[in-house]
Design a protein around this ligand. Sequence first.
Ligand code: HEC
Ligand code: HEC
Length: 237
Amino acid sequence: MLKSKVLMISVLMVSVSALSAFAGDAKKGEGLYQTNCSPCHGDKGQGRGGPMGWFTGGGGEVSGLIGNQLSNQTFLSMATDEYLRKSILEGRPDRPMIPWKGTLKNSDVNDIIAFMRTWQKEPALKMSSEPVWGDPAAGKESFNSFCYECHGKDGKGTDLGPALNNQGFLNAASDDFIKQTIIRGRTGTVMRPFIKGDPDANVDLDESQINDITAYIRTWDKNAKSRLEPWLMKTGK
Ligand code: HEC
Ligand code: HEC
């Protein structure tokens, strides 16, 4: 009886320490973050920000930082640790977000992720790993009407919005991550929600239009070409 209790406790202790080793050390992560990341993303992860209203006369101010808002709650609730790890290690080639592999150890990256999670107040959103199917030609039209201004020609990014045709981004992001970001936006930033019915939406799109845009963005992914081609040929797009 006593013996099995002792065993249980030690099993529990081992699994807790295994978990925290994987989860990283938030205190160390804070130091690494402030040194390496805060110059672009801000000491509190506030990023380039620009509260909602910047484009609509709402009086928001732009922070002067050039990185994305990493403490954003819609972002943190959608981004898996894997997404963060890949984004940090691979970066966004040709954008200011350099790949950190080589500079930071895997354990450093885990520590930074643990620190970033201390910002998170909202529970993780359940994300699907299924592909999103849509009509990329229709998506292209919507993209050029509603997204171009900030995400640039062919999604190559601008000073206002991150690059979406970037292989670093496309390798890290699932279809659902892209789709949910378009649906929900990044609350409090100029990246507004686009789903019809959301009171903060500036442009009302329905789900099938958002699927089309997601499919269009995925056509930029060099690794997804083989997945998309048979379907594109079948639909004659
Ligand atoms: C020189 C500026 C700069 C530095 C330093 C920098 N980043 Fe970035 N980061 C960016 C930019 C800019 C983007 C958005 C990519 C784009 O504009 O195309 C980004 C994107 C990201 C993303 C993806 C965010 C999203 O919304 O999907 C993560 C995660 C990230 N950075 C984490 C970090 C971490 C952690 C560090 C420190 C180890 C760091 N960055 C250092 C500029 C920077
Ligand atoms: C007014 C400018 C603006 C418009 C218009 C806009 N976005 Fe964004 N978008 C942004 C900014 C800025 C971010 C990053 C938020 C931040 O700074 O943290 C972003 C982030 C994203 C992301 C996540 C990228 C990443 O690195 O994680 C996706 C996907 C995205 N936008 C898709 C779209 C699509 C599709 C449209 C059109 C339907 C659109 N956006 C319209 C400014 C904009």
